[in-house]
Design a protein around this ligand. Structure first.
Ligand code: FES
Length: 344
């Protein structure tokens, strides 16, 4: 049995198989509903159910509160239709531009960027090319049916190798393998491109990029894409880590700030030790943004990293710095995936 999904206000329609979530059906149909974690943790896919009924699967209270449910809100990544439904959602233009493919890839290079960060470069088959938007991610398809999501750190214009930044979560099946037995020339399978976290190029607003840890990966792709497009929009990049070594591409960011006139780089360290010799900004990275830019009413913000950082940034920027709610774009799945890996 299939159900018909109608989207307000665009009027787009797509069909949903029995047992399928609204988001899964939308991705299949190339309809750009916003999303991040796809597992009820981040709230990015939240929207309204206008008519019809859904069964809402497991999700976290922070992603959808009981109060929000009473006002008709739901999470499209967890909502399985029980009838034809109409939903209200802000659609992301351009999501369906590129086909989502499952492809085998060869591990071309494994390079340690820090004790606990591996840069994995992947080679697609000679006959394949993957088109994507800077900021999107791929999901590894593991043998046990599980998936692990990682952002693509290379910009679309230099896609002969795709690089991913992988943080080691000791005890996690996938990352233990990456930091242990995995070697160059191994074959993996992934699906992509996925995600709605990418630069909205129809805007002229100044851009704030906010990253923590390996949340830097999609931000790197966005910066390199922005530079290649010769955009005149000013960019300020905030990258936070606990210790200076967590900013594992600090030298690259420094070089950008010297060679790209419209880009400013602010590294922020929250837990510097005396022997780090750190003389830069300290504290929480999103707080540094608020100190420097107390009025974000004319900006767009792109944030990727630990869920706690992303949530705090969203709440504080909109409540205290006048950032319009629909100008905050976020991806927190990297850490969610790591977390899932650690408990797998
Ligand atoms: S809660 Fe649905 S995508 Fe994260």
């Amino acid at each position: 049995m299939t159900f018909q999904i109608s989207v307000n206000p665009s009027g787009r329609q797509f069909s949903c198989e029995a047992g399928e979530t609204i988001l899964a059906a939308a991705i299949r149909a190339g309809v750009g509903l916003p999303y991040g974690c796809k597992n009820g943790a981040c709230g990015s896919c939240k929207g309204k159910l206008v008519s019809g009924s859904v069964e809402l699967g497991l999700h976290q209270e922070r992603a959808l509160s009981a109060a929000e449910q009473t006002t008709g809100h739901t999470l499209f990544c967890c909502a399985v239709p029980q009838s034809d439904v109409t939903i209200e959602a802000r659609e992301v233009l351009g999501v369906g531009d590129f086909p989502i493919k499952k492809v085998p890839v060869r591990v071309a290079k494994l390079e340690r960027a820090a004790d606990d960060v591996m840069i994995m470069s992947l080679q697609l088959p000679a006959t394949e090319r993957m088109q994507y938007k800077a900021g999107q991610y791929v999901e590894f398809l593991l043998k046990d049916g599980k998936r692990r999501a990682y952002s693509i750190a290379t910009p679309p214009h230099s896609d002969e190798l795709l690089s991913l930044h992988i943080r080691h979560m000791p005890g996690g099946l996938f990352t233990d393998h990456v930091f242990g037995a995995m070697k160059e020339k191994d074959i993996l399978r992934f699906e992509g491109p996925l995600g709605t976290f990418f630069l909205r190029e129809d805007s002229t607003k100044p851009i704030v990029l906010l990253a923590s840890g390996t949340g830097f990966a999609p931000i790197k792709a966005i910066v390199e894409h922005w530079a290649q497009a010769r955009s005149s929009r000013p960019v300020v990049l905030y990258w936070g880590g606990r210790r200076p070594k967590d900013l594992y591409m600090h030298a690259l960011c420094d070089a950008w700030s010297k060679t790209l006139p419209n880009l400013r780089y602010v590294p922020v360290v929250s837990d510097a030790q005396a022997d780090d010799g750190w003389t830069g900004r300290t504290g929480f990275v999103h707080r540094a943004v608020m100190e420097d830019l107390p009025d974000l009413s004319g900006h767009q913000v792109y944030a990727c990293g630990a869920p706690l950082m992303v949530e705090a940034a969203q709440a504080d920027f909109t409540a205290q710095c006048k950032l319009p709610e629909d100008e905050f774009y976020a991806d927190s799945f990297t850490s969610e995936a790591d977390l899932a890996d650690a408990v797998a």
